[in-house]
Design a protein around this ligand. Structure first.
Ligand code: ADP
Ligand code: MG
Ligand code: MG
Length: 249
């Protein structure tokens, strides 16, 4: 089964625990919401997956294989990608949309002069079209809206054969229409078998989009359920009170 499993993850900063033995599972082809108050440890857990931090203790397996994620490069090679709110830092503003979509392919080939430009633009167009994103590939990335930038970043991670994608509050800066579009894109990724982590504070969004929900509190996972077996009231209760973690199916 396509599955990313984190077990017993611990992480402290200067002796202060941020994660106290967290278990978390994402299945391929599913969207798993990660909820919890500010400071619960959501971003720290995801930064361990994306190679920004290393855990003090605990194991990670991908599709049954134990993996060590020592750097962001390791995470990418393992097919783990992130879409943070600060999409700007991931794009090069003076390069075209096509170049930004194909950026990692370009670097992998050893630089601009080795690239077949017509082919690159064609591939970028195809990838954006697959996402239903209507963005001119010759436009400079710096001229795009934030929502368009997110789509360019998602298109890029498709060119890198992403298997797991983390979205950290992606809808916070988006309009209603842009959010609808992003959800269609996330559902497309899901249909492609990609496993998705969706961090959000918006319960109606979570219940519309996600297959499973995990609630964290004070560095612990306290609650995991399938969305169809829970209600927004359940989630609020879990976030407020200390409820025992349930086994993920
Ligand atoms: P969330 O994303 O759920 O808001 P975080 O993972 O950002 O929570 O933070 C969890 C805890 O870890 C917080 O107490 C935070 O202050 C602490 N923390 C996170 N990153 C660092 C860091 N780089 N240095 C020190 N403390 C950190
Ligand atoms: Mg925080
Ligand atoms: Mg956070």
């Amino acid at each position: 089964m396509k599955q990313l499993v984190m077990q017993g993850i611990r992480k402290s900063f200067s002796g202060v625990p941020a994660l106290r033995g967290v278990d978390f599972t994402v299945n391929g082809g599913e969207v798993h919401a990660l909820l919890g108050a500010n400071g619960a440890g959501k971003s720290t857990l995801m930064k361990i997956l994306s190679g920004a931090y290393e855990q003090d203790e605990g194991t990670i397996t991908i599709d049954g294989q134990p993996v060590a994620i020592g750097s962001p490069g390791d995470a990418k090679r393992l097919g783990i990608h992130c879409v943070y709110q600060e999409v700007d830092t991931a794009l090069v503003p003076y390069l075209s949309v096509a170049e930004n979509v194909m950026l990692d392919r370009i670097s992998a080939k050893g630089g601009h002069w080795l690239v077949n430009w017509a082919k690159l633009e064609e591939q970028a167009k195809e990838t954006l079209a697959r996402l239903g994103a209507d963005i001119p590939v010759k436009k400079k990335a710096g001229e795009l809206t934030l929502a368009e930038k997110q789509l360019v970043l998602i298109a890029r991670l498709l060119t890198e054969e992403a298997k797991y994608v983390i979205f950290d509050e992606p809808t916070a800066p988006l309009s209603h229409e842009e959010t609808e579009k992003l959800f269609r894109v996330i559902n497309q990724l899901k249909a492609d078998g990609i496993g998705i982590v969706f961090i959000s504070h918006r319960l109606p969004e979570v219940f519309r989009l996600c297959d499973a929900i995990t609630v964290m509190r004070d560095g612990e996972r306290i609650w995991t359920k399938r969305t169809v077996e829970s209600s927004p009231e359940d989630v609020v209760q879990a976030m407020l009170g200390k409820v025992f973690a349930e086994e993920y199916p």
